[in-house]
Design a protein around this ligand. Sequence first.
Ligand code: DGJ
Length: 726
Amino acid sequence: MAILVNEKIFTLNTKNTTYQMHVNELGILLHSYYGAKMEYSDLSYASSKKGWNASFSPNIRETSYSHCHASEELSVFGLGDFRLTSLALVNHDGTTGCEPVYHSHKILKGKYAIKGLPAFYGDEGETLVITLKDKAYDIYFHMYYGVLPEYDLITRAVVIENKTESQIKLKKALSLSLDFTSGQFDMIHFHGAHMRERQLERTRITHLASTVASVRGASGHMQNPFVIVCDKNATENYGSAYGIALVYSGNFVISAEVDQHESTRVVAGINPEGFEYTLDPNDTFETPEVALVYSGEGFGKLSNNYHDAIRNNLCRGKFKNARRPVLINNWEATYFDFNADKLVSMAKDAAAIGVELLVMDDGWFGHRDDDHTSLGDWFVNEKKLQGTLSNLVKRVNDEGLKFGIWFEPECISEDSELFKAHPDYRFAIPNRDPSPSRNQFVLDMTRKEVRDCIFDQMEKVLKSANIAYVKWDFNRHLSDIYSAAIPSERQGEIYHRYMLGVYELLERVTAAFPDILFESCSGGGGRFDCGMLYYMPQVWTSDNSDAIDRLKIQYGTSFAYPVRTMGAHVSVCPNHGNARVTPLTTRGNVAYFGTYGLELDITKMTDEEKQEIKRQIAEFKKYYDLIQFGDYYRLISPFTPEESRYCAWQVVSKDGNEALACTVAYESKCTVAPELLKLRGLNPNKLYRINGSEQTYLGSALMNIGFWLDYDHFSYPSRLYHITLA
Ligand code: DGJ
């Protein structure tokens, strides 16, 4: 049993962790402990600091209890908790504040789902629902706790139910409020920009709130809805680390601060900025889910638990564990300048070297030959495609390749049939000129008729030909938010309703076409989050395809997201983004630790290059299961050039008998010191060979001493080391 209830003590146990709460004498649900697994005992003493100075912290009358000192599972703004809080509401009479107290609880078999929102799933899991009720009004808070013990995964979501006879307004409805008695933590987060996603940054959590957030209507390139809160000295394989991942793709906030008593509070959920939600009588509001993993053995263990949970219990559909095709995408090959003959010639050359699928990217619809037109007009440009789509797909299929296609369902161009017919379908504030971004606008996905219109068009295209893959792109963020279909007093619901609309459309499209592999994209990795992965099992990691820049991008991404979800392609040199020239082997090796594909004009490659790519495809397929389903270890960080000129990482089979390590030397120096690479995850007492070497190594030697790396005298060399049992 993962969930134990003893009187009013609630304990959630995973394989290696324990999370405990209790209801105190005032009926308040308090957090007691989250961390390494413990035998059952009442840990409630840990939730309050003894002997504090309570001045300037209001207390509940006749008691010494102050909200400001307590570790409340649902922390509320307005009644004396002056820290970060997770809930703020206004009652029908204009009063604020709320005092949620214990009402009831139940345990459910299986992991809960959330209406209209993505969430981890699993019949093998368990759910605890603790219902709290405001003391003064009939407002209920169903606190959902999901436990997937195998991955040390604990999830939380709150369902707010308005049983009063009037509307209430939610000003802030976060998913998580988590307290730690210690004030000694770091926060690791992943910031970035278009072409520079998920750069690792580690900062102390101090008395200044540390916040990562988005108000872009998408999780965005700039911050990722995932952080790690960890001991100051935690490393890849040492120390306590708490992962906090939002299963949401819209505006978010994750914030942490140390309070006046040196305790740390972390809150996470929908960003309250731009959010105000009117909850009708008898209606519910579901917060997105937050997925927590605790590791007492540093970040490596934490990442592997997220990887397994995402692979097995978040991604869905037939491709979640199936082999995915090696694809070639024509974007960097042709941009908008292609026709059917060009694509077929690419398919012919690609088939000859083992590629399995050709993706026709942006530019096949309406009259789109650049980024000024036609979004919203999802009908085939038969002139450009020299005939019907089904004819083109057949020609590509005849070359031996499957066919994939690009859509940007959420956006609209002013120069489009759709805009002419329905100018009000886009977001635009009345009396203001809406701001284009990449010359395009965002469709009002809060409206069912807009979603229906896009669904119908997509369905027609997808049914018209033998399509095996869809890339779902989103190339701008939300601004000029106003919906013609939402009353003025409810405009604060748009950002969230937009996401609910997008999720609904995604659910409809992916359910209607279960045999199609979907890849999420948002100008590369602008919406790489657990929300999107529920619908689409892979994400184009970045528009930056330079192998050296990708080291940091993929390294940062790997903290939460498995290799299997990271779209990674080999492209040409000089790289289109930064003009860097790197060896083709290095580009291949880096793309192996993703989905591996090509983003180049294969017809322009030399025979030698084609042979190298053919070799890579064969090699990638040889190691496919090891790479895609093994445990992943970051060995040397690309963010610490002062420590090593290499970036290195490794995958290990679940039984520890086989591993594949990769190194890329990204710094060139005239005098280089030989370096040893320490491996991880092997069986300490077994003997191994490296790339079939004569020499054998004890697993513990490889992990504690390492092995000498080969030296290559050229720029940006990369090596693969295959470690097998001797
Ligand atoms: C942005 C994507 O990240 C690219 O791969 C490509 O699909 C373009 N959009 C097309 O407009």
